[in-house]
Design a protein around this ligand. Structure first.
Ligand SMILES: Nc1nc2c(c(=O)[nH]1)N[C@H]1C(S)=C(S)[C@@H](COP(=O)(O)OP(=O)(O)OC[C@H]3O[C@@H](n4cnc5c(=O)[nH]c(N)nc54)[C@H](O)[C@@H]3O)O[C@H]1N2
Ligand SMILES: Nc1nc2c(c(=O)[nH]1)N[C@H]1C(S)=C(S)[C@@H](COP(=O)(O)OP(=O)(O)OC[C@H]3O[C@@H](n4cnc5c(=O)[nH]c(N)nc54)[C@H](O)[C@@H]3O)O[C@H]1N2
Ligand code: SF4
Ligand SMILES: [Mo]
Length: 678
């Protein structure tokens, strides 16, 4: 048995692990106290990551569909069978007939991230989808508008801030999002230990709220309104300090219509609380607003995300110690992103509903209708890499019913999940312990600068291949003449590592992959450096696209809607729709429960431990009820990613778990108007 050092890549925390390896078998997983970033921290999912190696349901060789069944195939046969119909459909119906969905896990591995981009380019379709339209699009869009680049994203300087306002994020469970912080709970606890304050604003009293100094409920979707009211106070009380902001006067004019007294009743807060928040935020020695998924996944996500940036800028926190600071990554992915994807919005629109492209992708809310609606450009085939859109996109259940109608589906995934079970060809990737990894994208969001190369620690006994290799082989079959394959293959081999090596060498610390390999615990590159590293050095505080959406927000505020609103809930032993097939994470009480406030329970005749029927404009599900004052009145909470019964034949443990899919009742028609975020 030997101890190996490797990083977990399931979430942004990137915990350094010590793994006991016995041949192909992992017998133990511990946190690595010598990892300067994660400091020995880990969560139960690390054990799940090890169990993934041994999961009997994980696919270990290529599969080809024969009627209702799959049979084992060689890689050559499977790749040919994957590519030929894609070429044929493209020739017959045009490139847009082949759609591609790129799932969340590719963000966490440099080889997979580049693989997904290579496949996207090889397919060349306008119908490219990813989960960002349920996730981060409003955030990156706000950064693009305000700072000029979607990845020019300031992160909270957690280790030095005195006042942290957290909106719509639950880092104690999620471990941080677009905020890469090992041992995030320890870093948050340290804020209070040194006399600082954490204020959480969330419709649920979350695990993070419980370790904060203060928690306030907010009506879902209310953050944009709250921030306008905060800015109203900041301007009104002359607390502005915006050395890096342009168009301050327009911003001042825009917020004038949103005093706390107008906003408060609509968002379930009070004007004195809003005023106090504004004053403390603006006058704390150091301070920062941090917002994530809860602020994006609602009808005002883009405006709210813009106002988060603006609030940090006008309170003088941008690029300041303890404020919202720009990391200095060792290898910067932003340039690569500009070249490969282009920082654009609205280059094309979805065929049926006319929703805009953003960063090369259309909103996932349009997939089903693009499959369903006949005519030129209709989707006939789908390639899925590392995703499960049936579980993760709005109207996912409807998508599940449509997939069998497609002429061809190719999936690159460990599992035959609710989506990939409809594949005609399944191409299984390697486990991260078998491939080596550099967190290329995440270092853009580090609360401290650092870098780490995580080597392959196991030789695979399976007939699997790395995502990059699979993508290369598919791309060759889609685009290159046979005689060029041998040469192109050689050119592509190790290309992801070579790209990372080049970026490291060009980077500010003049590192290299070899230098990182020599530092197996990872290297700490110091605290964030003050300064505003954005184009022109100025922030545009008043982009027209957001100002134009304010009347809609004003109408929402004045309407004071009262309908029950559904929000999500993440769980420590769950990772979106997957990792539910692993004993270490599947055990324990049912998590797919509906949290209901006691007042609502009484009104609706619901009892703790009973069942509720939840109906939306899109569908219906049934869930066990937990009556709890931890959600605010008028709000119910239900997690996504559960309800695996449809995959009973291929996900034995997950399918035995109770639960229903939240995305059976999210309505694909209900998106915000700027980006089409669900
Ligand atoms: N254990 C675990 N960790 C994960 C994941 C997982 O599934 N499980 N998923 C990973 C992924 S893909 C992501 S993107 C990140 C997300 O990371 P976070 O953004 O930290 O994740 P959430 O826990 O969804 O936090 C969102 C919070 O917003 C609140 N909320 C909902 N609507 C509103 C609103 O309108 N306003 C406000 N202010 N709050 C609102 C919710 O109650 C919730 O507490 O987590 C990552 N980490
Ligand atoms: N209602 C509701 N819906 C949501 C959310 C919500 O809060 N509420 N959250 C949204 C968010 S933030 C996200 S990010 C999405 C996630 O949505 P998706 O990305 O569509 O789905 P995941 O559940 O992450 O599934 C990932 C799949 O990738 C496979 N996989 C894992 N690692 C690898 C790998 O290295 N290579 C390959 N090829 N495959 C791999 C897994 O087996 C799994 O099948 O869900 C979104 N959907
Ligand atoms: S917090 Fe858990 S899932 Fe995230 S990197 Fe650490 S061990 Fe992995
Ligand atoms: Mo996400």
């Amino acid at each position: 048995m030997a101890e190996r050092l490797v990083a977990c890549n399931l979430c942004e925390a990137s915990c350094g692990l010590r793994v006991d390896v016995d041949g192909h078998h992992v017998s133990g997983v511990r946190g690595d106290p010598d990892d300067p970033h994660s400091r020995g921290h880990l969560c139960p999912k690390a054990v799940g990551l090890a169990q993934l190696l041994a999961d009997p349901d994980r696919v270990r060789h290529p599969l080809i569909r024969e009627g209702e069944r799959f049979r084992r195939a060689t890689w050559d046969e499977a790749l040919d069978r994957a590519a030929a119909p894609l070429r044929e459909l493209r020739a017959r119906h045009g490139a847009d007939a082949v759609a591609i969905y790129v799932g969340n896990p590719v963000v966490h591995a440099h080889g997979s991230a580049l693989a997904s981009q290579l496949l996207t380019m090889a397919i060349g379709s306008k119908n490219r989808f990813d989960p960002n339209s349920q996730d981060s699009n409003p955030r990156t869009f706000a950064c693009m508008q305000v700072y000029g680049d979607p990845l020019a994203m300031p992160v909270p300087d957690l280790d030095r801030t005195d006042f942290l306002l957290i909106l719509g994020a639950n880092p104690v469970v999620s471990k941080g999002s677009m905020m890469v912080a090992g041992d995030v709970e320890g870093r948050l606890a340290a804020i209070r230990a040194r006399g600082g304050a954490i204020v959480v604003v969330d419709p649920r009293r979350t695990e993070t709220a419980k370790i904060a100094s203060e928690h306030h409920f907010i009506r879902p979707g209310g953050d944009a309104a709250l921030l306008l009211a905060i800015l109203h106070v900041v301007f009104g009380e002359a607390l502005v300090s915006a050395p890096h902001g342009d168009r301050l006067a327009e911003l001042r004019g825009a917020v004038a219509a949103f005093p706390p007294e107008r906003v408060a009743p609509a968002i379930g807060m009070t004007a004195p609380v809003i005023r106090s928040l504004a004053r403390r935020l603006a006058t704390a020695r150091t301070g920062c607003v941090y917002a994530r998924v809860g602020v994006c996944q609602n009808e005002f996500g883009p405006v709210a995300s813009w106002l988060v940036e603006v609030t940090n800028v006008v309170t003088g926190r941008l690029g300041a110690i303890g404020g919202a600071m720009f990391p200095t990554p060792a290898a910067d992915v932003a340039t690569l992103g500009r070249i490969l994807i282009g920082n654009r919005w609205g280059r094309w629109r979805s065929r049926v509903r006319g929703l805009p492209e953003y960063l090369g992708a259309l909103p996932s809310a349009t997939i089903a209708e693009e499959i369903e609606t006949p005519g030129p450009g209709q989707i006939k085939a789908l390639v899925v890499i590392a995703g499960n859109p049936v579980m993760s996109t709005p109207a996912g259940e409807r998508l599940g019913r449509l997939l069998p109608r497609l002429e061809h589906v190719v999936a690159i995934d460990y599992y035959l999940n609710e989506t990939t079970r409809h594949a005609h060809v399944l191409l299984p990737p390697r486990h991260v312990f078998e491939t080596g990894n550099f967190e290329l994208i995440l270092h853009r969001f580090g609360v401290r600068n650092g870098a780490r190369y995580s080597p392959a620690i196991l030789a695979t006994p399976d007939d699997t291949r790395a995502d990059w290799e699979i993508a290369t082989e598919l791309a060759l079959r889609l685009r290159a003449p046979r005689r060029a394959h041998h040469f192109a293959r050689r050119l592509a081999r190790d290309l992801p590592d070579r790209i990372v090596d080049t970026l490291l060498r060009l980077g500010p610390y003049r590192l290299s992959l070899a230098a990182l390999r020599a530092q197996p615990h990872g290297v700490d590159l110091g605290p964030l450096v003050p300064g505003v590293r954005i184009r022109r050095g100025r922030a545009n505080l008043a982009p027209g696209v957001f100002l134009a959406d304010l009347p809609r927000l004003g109408a929402w505020i004045d309407a004071r809607a009262a309908a029950l609103v559904l929000i999500g809930r993440r769980d420590l032993r769950s990772n979106n729709s997957w990792m539910h097939n692993l004993a270490a994470l599947a055990k324990g009480p049912d998590r797919a429960t509906l949290h209901v406030h006691p007042d609502d329970a009484t009104r609706l005749g619901l009892v703790d431990g009973g069942r509720a029927r939840v109906r939306s404009s899109a569908g219906e599900l049934e869930a066990p009820v937990v009556v709890t004052a931890e959600v605010m009145p008028g709000v119910v909470s239900f997690p996504h990613g559960f309800g695996h019964q449809a995959a009973a034949r291929t996900l034995a443990i997950a399918a035995a778990l109770p639960g229903a899919s939240a995305n059976a009742i999210t309505d694909a028609r209900r998106v915000e108007p700027i980006l089409g975020t669900s």
